[in-house]
Ligand binder design. Structure first.
Ligand SMILES: [Zn+2]
Length: 237
């Protein structure tokens, strides 16, 4: 059985790890006939290698582009494994250029935990996710956008739109109109845990705006795919 879940004819999901401590989000897989385009990279080279094996099993064509939905490590740390250009918002690139200059490794992570204890849970997940720091690097975006970018491939349109928001200023959503589907990633989430205040909620306005497009399937970063009605319901919870 494949590790991939088929959402539509040409769109698949490499599903998140349900264990929240692993912090492994969904990766979107768009198979257009001639090429495969990924939405996010997985949280580590290990996950990225597993994803490539899963793509082989379904005889997917080569990965020709990877879209980072935002700069958070769990969405980008698998990026170096794909031999493909990376697309992201220009703020994402700027953030990752800064992150890439850090001396990544267990001792650096330990120092960061001491410096910012509120980030401990995420940093420990990061330390578990990456097996080998010596061969690790952050793959930087080579193509950036500031508002929207459209890719056309094998009859599909892949619309990338910057929505920003409280979770990350660089958040993008990725629509595949022909598949009536949208990858929302973390765009509607509250700020990340270490920046969260007790009264922070999901971004209801953003959920309503995206739901008003009336697509069939909405896929967020760390949940199961939702049908339109279910996604819209998030705005009133
Ligand atoms: Zn995030």
């Amino acid at each position: 059985m494949s590790a991939l879940v088929r959402l539509t004819d040409q769109v698949w999901l490499y599903p998140r790890d349900p264990n929240p401590e692993r912090m492994q989000p969904n990766v979107g897989v768009i198979v257009t006939g001639q090429e495969t385009i990924l939405v996010d990279a997985g949280n580590s080279p290990r996950v990225a290698r597993r994803l490539l094996l899963a793509l082989d099993e379904i005889h997917a064509p080569p990965v020709r582009a990877v879209i980072y939905t935002h700069h958070h490590w769990d969405h980008v740390f698998g990026g170096l494994v794909y031999d493909a250009p990376i697309i992201a918002h220009e703020i994402c690139r700027k953030n990752l250029v800064e992150l890439a200059a850090k001396p990544w490794g267990q001792s650096y992570i330990q120092e960061e935990i001491t410096r910012a204890p509120a980030r401990e849970v995420g940093l420990r997940a990061m330390a578990r996710a990456v097996e080998d720091w010596r061969s690790f690097s952050i793959a930087l975006p080579e193509i950036t956008l500031s508002k929207t970018l459209r890719l056309y491939s094998g009859g599909l349109t892949i619309e990338i739109e910057h929505v920003g928001g409280q979770h990350a200023a660089d958040s993008l959503v990725v629509r595949v109109p022909e598949a009536r589907l949208m990858f929302v990633a973390d765009a509607c989430y509250p700020p990340p845990p270490h920046q969260r205040r007790p009264d922070d909620t999901l971004d209801r306005q953003m959920i309503e705006r995206l739901a008003d497009e009336g697509l069939d399937i909405y896929v967020d970063g760390h949940g199961d795919p939702r049908a339109l009605a279910e996604f819209r319901r998030l705005a009133v919870e």
